[in-house]
Design a protein around this ligand. Structure first.
Ligand code: T4K
Length: 374
């Protein structure tokens, strides 16, 4: 049996490099609570992500909850969002006491469809929460125009979009706030981690309070905050990984290129966005393939056959979050309300993609899918 290939594999710096980075922690004994590594990583990431303000968080989900909570929306208010995402996006809205209202997605990008989002605005709507899913960029101009017209906040879930730019502008600078995930499975990681990006310093201060129990000083606690702080070992991993990031992204690009060579003209398969030669700098985070009726196998069959060959493709993002059991009493009807997302969620597979995935493995994966001996 061939070796197992999973959907992704964490990038790691050299062992010695990480040990060198954490060595000083044995002298300082300062391990968390906004230490030196935390602050250094904050500054480096502000520059890399091209954002004016950034607060590191313990994970992407905490970042999202803090980003929402910091606006102080009235409980029960509505947030228009996409169901074609990881559980975190929807859960964060609900856990902040707000109601997710699901808009359909654009079939090309799989991101929130702005026209559909606008049609769902009511007098209870306070925000739009789109996701740059797979690192595909949302229609930020249309979303911005709608938000301005209706006086809504925009919070981007940019968990998949680390380091991407549009016309040289950091993707985290769109909207009122954006969050990134630095989970071990991401293009850039701190083992677990994330951040909130923003341009308003007063909002940034709120995030800072929220991630540190709402503590203002030793005698004053002004917010009902959480413990969302990134520790020094995580920040050190980030500092190491950041040094190798460009090489990692380039290596991913080679893998993506090989997939495209094999799959882009196969009838019945459509692939994720190709930003090569456009104004968008992609991070090659995920490689989604959508299996249409024309393809001789359906998605589940392809998934099964790959599995039998020890290849762990994933059904990101199936099921839709508006069909989760935990929301079954909320009155959502995914097939009726979000038909495009419903259809794509049943057809999509994300294929293995990580830096240094051998190109021969990509060849093998593609030949299993297409049945063509390469
Ligand atoms: N918003 C969006 C749109 C998100 O996609 C996510 C997270 C969030 C918000 C929240 O961010 P965080 O709070 O997680 O920072 C994985 C990740 O755990 C999750 O971070 C990610 N999205 C989601 C799309 O994927 P699972 O349940 O699929 O992970 P798992 O354990 O099945 O791992 C997937 C593959 O990754 C494994 O087959 C092998 C590889 N792997 C995994 C781990 C844990 C490694 O190579 N190293 C590792 O340490 O959720």
């Amino acid at each position: 049996m061939e070796k197992k290939i999973l959907v992704t594999r964490s990038s790691m710096p050299g062992f010695e490099e990480y040990v060198d980075e954490i060595r000083e922690l044995w002298d300082s004994r300062w391990l968390t609570n906004m230490g030196k590594k935390h602050n250094e990583l904050t500054e480096k990431l502000k520059e890399y992500l091209k954002v004016p303000g950034l607060e590191l968080m313990v994970n992407g989900h905490s970042a999202l909850e803090a980003a929402i909570q910091a606006f102080g929306f009235e409980k029960g208010s509505e947030v228009i969002t996409t169901p074609f995402t990881f559980a975190s996006t929807t859960h964060a809205i609900v856990r902040c006491g707000l109601k997710p209202v699901f808009a359909d997605i654009d079939p090309k990008t799989c991101c929130l469809d702005p026209t559909c989002a606008e049609s769902l605005i009511t007098d209870k709507t306070v925000a739009i929460l789109p996701v740059h899913v797979y690192g595909h960029i949302c229609d930020v101009d249309a979303i911005d125009a709608i938000a301005k017209k209706h006086g809504l906040k925009v919070i981007y879930d940019a968990a998949h979009a680390f380091g991407e730019t549009v016309d040289g502008r950091g993707v985290g600078s769109f909207g009122d706030a954006s969050i990134f995930s630095f989970h071990a499975t991401k293009v850039f990681h701190t083992i677990e981690g994330g951040c909130v990006c923003f341009s308003d310093p007063a909002y940034g201060k709120e995030i800072y309070y929220l991630k540190d129990f709402g503590i203002v000083d030793e005698e004053n606690v002004a917010r009902v905050g959480e413990n969302g702080k990134m520790n020094e070992f995580a920040a050190a991993m980030g500092l190491c990984n950041l040094r190798h990031l460009e090489g990692e992204i380039e290596s991913r690009a080679q893998v993506v290129k090989r997939y495209r060579q094999h799959l882009s003209s196969v009838p019945g398969i459509s692939l994720g966005m190709d930003y090569e030669g456009t104004n968008i700098k992609s991070n090659n985070a995920y490689f989604p393939a959508i299996f249409g009726d024309e393809f001789p196998m359906d998605r589940d069959e392809v998934h099964r056959i790959l599995g039998e060959n020890n290849i762990g493709a994933r059904k990101y993002f199936y099921p839709l979050t508006n069909s989760f059991d935990c929301y079954k009493d909320c009155g959502y009807d995914p097939k009726r309300d979000t038909p495009v997302a419903w259809d794509i969620s049943k057809r999509v597979l994300t294929l293995p993609l990580f830096a240094h995935l051998p190109l021969e493995d990509v060849d093998r994966i593609c030949s299993i899918i297409t049945g063509v001996k390469l």
